[in-house]
Design a protein around this ligand. Structure first.
Ligand code: KIV
Ligand code: ZN
Length: 386
């Protein structure tokens, strides 16, 4: 049987920490509803202690969403955990996600704590959280720049004190996929009880490897992936939900893993985040970018017009995009030119097509994209525009 991967969406928490991406209460609720429709397993709705507004948004989402777990982040601080609990407690399946850094640089310069103090704090705060609810996640912040044996001791303490999900974040997007997979295997081999909890990944994209590291983690035994819509998040962002989900679906033969995501809701979710945050995705962004299913060169257009699978490894419909786009430009060939004219309702003689195609090539050298109106001008059915 295929492995089931839980999708933990942190668009409303880590994603919102992206400069310029903060959302108001009604926007957060709209996004949470869409994430539920999309089929994410866990919605990290915010960081309750961060602001009263965030706490109120989490509480409203906890009362609204019925088919996803609703989670709040909390530091290893009792007050944080109490406020997180007040915010999520009414959810159908509430979760608190506590975190503490484990790397030398974070312990020395940020926490000003000795490794033994970190171990004690993790034990105390995870146990404290499990007294409030049973669904407890612990994250070892900056896990990937931590000493592996110390990290294993921290994970062991978190499991022994009741954490049911253990997250191994690549907080600074530092590792390569092989290294990340090796770290996950090392933890599974050196810590007792990892088979009874869910191991999770949370990979940032500083070197552009967030998605690759997450997929490597899945191959090494990860059962939950933390990600965001459009990959929004701190600095270069988080691993992108749509890329991970479609990689698993398109390469099911390789990963043998499933998610609960309704992939036809992906494009709608992406558009919603772009509209609400005002942050557009690049045209070349995989899955949801404007060019992800667009074809400009003649050879590609010819192939796709005969059979889409020549240049498309997934269908636009499978991610909720109505159809692919044949973009006419200087690389386009006669085949696509004629097909577009036919789509517009013009069936011309070979002689007329030849003439119009020659004019098209001249125009295409001057304009990046040839629009339908330009085509109509070329065949003389509308006046040439300036
Ligand atoms: O990047 C990170 O380490 C985090 C943690 C709080 C999980 O966002
Ligand atoms: Zn993060």
């Amino acid at each position: 049987m295929s492995k089931q991967i839980r999708i933990f969406d942190t668009t409303l928490r880590d994603g919102e920490q992206s400069p310029g991406c903060s959302m108001n209460l009604s926007e957060k609720i709209e996004v949470a509803r869409q994430l539920e429709t999309l089929g994410v397993d866990i919605i990290e709705a915010g960081f309750a202690i961060a602001s009263p507004g965030d706490a109120a948004a989490i509480a409203t989402i906890a009362n609204t969403v019925k088919n996803s777990t609703v989670c709040s982040l909390a530091r290893c601080v009792e007050k944080d955990i109490d406020v997180a609990y007040s915010s999520v407690k009414d959810a159908v399946d509430p979760r608190i996600h506590v975190f503490l850094a484990t790397s030398p640089v974070h312990m020395e310069y940020k926490l000003k704590m000795k490794p033994e103090e970190v171990l004690e704090s993790v034990a105390h705060h995870v146990a404290y959280t499990t007294k409030l609810l049973s669904n407890v996640e612990f994250s070892a912040e900056d896990a990937t720049r931590s000493d592996w044996d110390f990290l294993c001791r921290v994970v062991d303490v978190a499991i022994k004190n009741g954490a049911t999900t253990i997250n191994i974040p690549d907080t600074t997007g530092y590792l390569t996929p092989d290294e990340y997979a090796n770290l996950i295997r090392y933890i599974r081999e050196h810590v007792d009880g990892t088979e009874n909890i869910i191991l999770s990944c949370h990979n940032h994209n500083d070197l552009g490897m967030g998605v690759a590291n997450s997929l490597a983690g899945i191959q090494a035994g990860i059962g939950q992936v933390e990600c965001t819509i459009n990959g929004i998040g701190e600095r270069a962002g988080n691993a992108s939900l749509e890329e991970i989900v479609m990689a698993l679906k398109t390469r099911k033969d390789f990963f043998d893993a499933d998610t609960r995501i309704d992939t036809t809701q992906i494009y709608r979710s992406s558009r919603m985040i772009q509209t609400i945050t005002g942050v557009p995705v690049a045209p070349t962004k995989p899955i949801v970018g404007a060019n992800a299913f667009a074809h400009e060169s003649g050879i590609h257009q010819h192939g796709v017009l005969n059979n889409k699978s020549t240049y498309e490894i997934m269908t636009p419909e499978s991610v909720g995009i109505p159809q692919n786009a044949i973009v006419l430009g200087k690389h386009s060939g006669r085949h696509a030119f004629e097909a577009r004219l036919k789509d517009l309702g013009y069936t011309l003689s070979k002689e007329k097509i030849d003439k119009a195609f020659a004019k098209f090539k001249v125009l295409a050298d001057k304009k990046k994209v040839i629009k339908d109106r330009d085509l109509e001008a070329l065949i003389g059915v509308v006046p040439v525009s300036g």
